[in-house]
Design a binder for this molecule. Structure first.
Ligand code: CMP
Length: 228
């Protein structure tokens, strides 16, 4: 069990610089949790007691807008973490986090997490780099949501996904496992029908290719220049 945990922790970017011994210590600090699809791990406005690292599966970070519609702020997968904000600033949870597939999480209590940042500055530095990246994405999302036209909003979500999970090759970007159209709509602040219409429009214009739940942006730089 312990060995398995160390193997997993080694592949978590914020722990990348730690030795085996240090990873062993962290493995002992946390506990594993299994979650069913749909389970709500973090609830907006509650107080924060722990940080979570994803061992397997996916989660979505959500907030409700004024009309009760879900806005997806981010989607995280294996090796990524969430729940750090309220531990760092002592305020309430900033959003809810919902498991979207069967998932396994590694939970570290607040006190242990804060101690870990003191003991291992390399974790604190990686965490800051990741938070900077998240702020950049949030900036992109703010811009996207402030756009009036649907094409721009949907294109911006594709650009965010490309930077997040895309494979870049010869000027093209391939995004495997595109989120559901409803999820893209919730990221873009538009309807599912509009997302479908925009994706087909981009495909007809030759800007993207749609293959099942895979999408290829044919000329990433041109697409970015037009929409970002
Ligand atoms: P916390 O506020 O403790 O609980 C909700 C978590 O969602 C938060 O910590 C972050 O880990 C995550 N989160 C909140 N807002 C964003 C965002 N805009 N982008 C990515 N992750 C976020």
């Amino acid at each position: 069990m312990q060995k398995e945990e160390i193997h997993f922790l080694r592949n978590v970017p914020i722990f990348a610089d730690l030795s085996d011994k240090e990873l062993e210590r962290i493995a002992k600090l946390g506990t594993r949790q299994k979650h069913k699809k749909g389970s709500v791990v973090v609830i907006e406005q509650e107080s924060g007691a722990a940080l979570f690292v994803i061992i397997s599966g996916k989660v979505k970070v959500v907030r409700m807008d004024e009309s009760g519609r879900e806005v997806i702020l981010s989607i995280f997968g294996p090796g990524e973490f969430f729940g750090e904000m309220s531990l760092l600033d002592g305020l309430a949870r900033s959003a809810s986090v919902v498991v979207t597939t069967k998932a396994e999480l590694f939970m570290i209590h607040r006190r242990d997490f804060l101690q870990m940042l003191h003991d291992y500055p390399s974790i604190a530095i990686s965490l800051l780099a990741e938070l900077a990246m998240r702020l950049r994405k949030a900036d992109m999302q703010i811009k996207s949501l402030s756009l009036k036209d649907a094409a721009g909003r949907v294109a911006n979500v594709l650009l965010m996904l490309a930077e997040d999970v895309g494979f870049f090759r010869k000027g093209k970007v391939e995004i495997d496992e595109l989120p559901l159209q409803q999820d893209i709509a919730n990221m873009a602040g538009t309807s599912r029908e509009t997302v479908s219409r925009m994706l087909h429009m981009f495909a007809e214009q030759g800007k993207i290719e749609l293959k099942g739940n895979k999408v290829i942006i044919n000329d990433y730089e041109a697409f970015k220049k037009e929409y970002a």
